[in-house]
Write a protein that binds this ligand. Structure first.
Ligand code: NIG
Ligand code: FE
Length: 377
């Protein structure tokens, strides 16, 4: 059964806007994009602009509680790292998450996914990281896998080494993950490390990266969010993505370009922390592939809205609206190594949405709540 989407004002194909084309699908897959396509059934979407669903390639969606109380602390001068080092920040969320039941965590995460879907997101990477004990981290990994069964969004599970435990030797903590790797290897798609001051240092990060890459696990890194050292490690270990990069310099950008590491930028985080924006021009000039993500988490990026991410990317980095949409769709799919989402081309899954605006019109109007129609084909 071949369905053809017709009457579209334009199609954003994951890279740029195309006019005058129809899109044909068979069994939920795009099979053709072109002029005057024929089919068994026609779906008329008069005047609408068709988009591939957003891909959110970096989230910490599974947690309990919030950190509203930190907002005024930070705005009165306390830094994110001061709060973290004093045992607050991530450690606060760990406590709330460990105390929450499985069912609570599942519901909270599914509610967040519902919200994301209402704003056009179809694929979401979810990291562990608020467990901070072997058993708790594996519980979160299992729950992320359970979430994936209870939603029609595509869920990508990542094991995150977030911060070292406060009261234990960090290498002892890591050893348990290394020794028991076979027990949980099937539950994860990626491993990630928050490699920064106040979190994992260079030596610890290398220990983690070398263990997992030797076993063929693809890794991603939280890099250069506060202090710059991790982008070089992302390149050295062939990570698929280096994320944040607020403080990346020329050497780091060069290394990422050479190793073909995708830069997954999270503009909400730098904005929310008032840390500034990653050096987009520098990364672009060196030829780094650039993706966008929400980094949704209760401490540094509690927003969920992909349109806000795009708006900040345009005015914070100087991306064009179409570059920003491309970064949140096709490039984000590359960040997750998923060639069959994030674009409108033959062979790709039909995860699509429509709205009545082009990327330029949306940004020009500062529209962050457009009416979005999800297409499930
Ligand atoms: O991406 N940087 C590490 N993780 C999050 C912050 C998590 C938190 O503060 O709870 C981030 O910014
Ligand atoms: Fe993060």
């Amino acid at each position: 059964m071949r369905k053809v989407l017709k009457g579209l004002r334009a199609v954003f194909d994951g890279y740029s806007l195309r006019e005058g084309v129809d899109v044909a699908l068979e069994y939920g897959k795009i099979v053709e994009v072109g002029e005057n396509l024929k089919g068994d059934e026609y779906i008329i979407l008069e005047g609408e602009v068709l988009y591939p669903s957003f891909v959110d390639a970096h989230t910490h969606l599974i947690y309990a509680g919030d950190r509203v109380f930190e907002l005024n602390m930070r705005l009165s001068g306390a830094s994110y790292l001061d709060i973290l080092k004093a045992g607050g920040g991530i450690y606060h969320t760990v406590k709330a998450t460990v105390e929450a039941s499985d069912e609570e965590l599942l519901n909270l995460t599914l509610q967040r996914i519902k919200k994301l879907q209402g704003m056009g997101v179809g694929v979401v990477e979810i990291k562990t990281g608020y467990g901070l004990e072997y058993g708790q981290e594996i519980r979160l990994l299992k729950l992320i896998n359970e979430v994936s069964l209870r939603t029609d969004a595509v869920v990508v599970p990542t094991l995150l080494f977030h911060v070292p435990p406060k009261d234990r030797d960090v290498f002892k903590y890591l050893e348990e993950f290394f020794l028991r790797y076979d027990e949980y290897a099937h539950l994860l798609r990626f491993v990630d490390v928050f490699a920064d001051e106040g979190a994992y240092g260079p030596e610890e990060t290398e220990t983690i990266l070398s263990f997992y890459t030797q076993r063929g696990v693809q890794c991603r890194l939280h890099a250069d969010e506060f202090k710059p050292f991790a982008s070089r490690l992302a390149a050295k270990y062939g990570c698929v993505s280096a994320d944040h990069l607020i403080h990346t310099d020329g050497v780091g950008a060069e290394a990422l370009a050479r190793a073909k590491v995708v830069a997954t930028l999270c503009p909400v985080t730098g904005f929310f922390l008032r840390e500034g924006f990653a050096p987009y021009d520098l990364l672009k000039k060196r030829g780094v592939r650039i993706a966008l993500a929400s980094d949704h988490n209760p401490g540094t990026a509690p927003f969920l809205n992909p349109f806000l991410t795009i708006l900040l990317a345009v005015f914070g980095y100087g991306m064009t609206p179409q570059e920003a949409f491309s970064a949140h769709t096709s490039a984000a799919a590359d960040s997750l190594q998923l060639p069959n989402v994030g674009r409108v081309e033959p062979g790709v899954r039909g995860l699509l949405f429509t709205m009545n605006m082009t990327p330029e019109e949306l940004i020009y109007r500062g529209e962050v709540n457009p009416k979005v129609e999800l297409l499930r084909l």
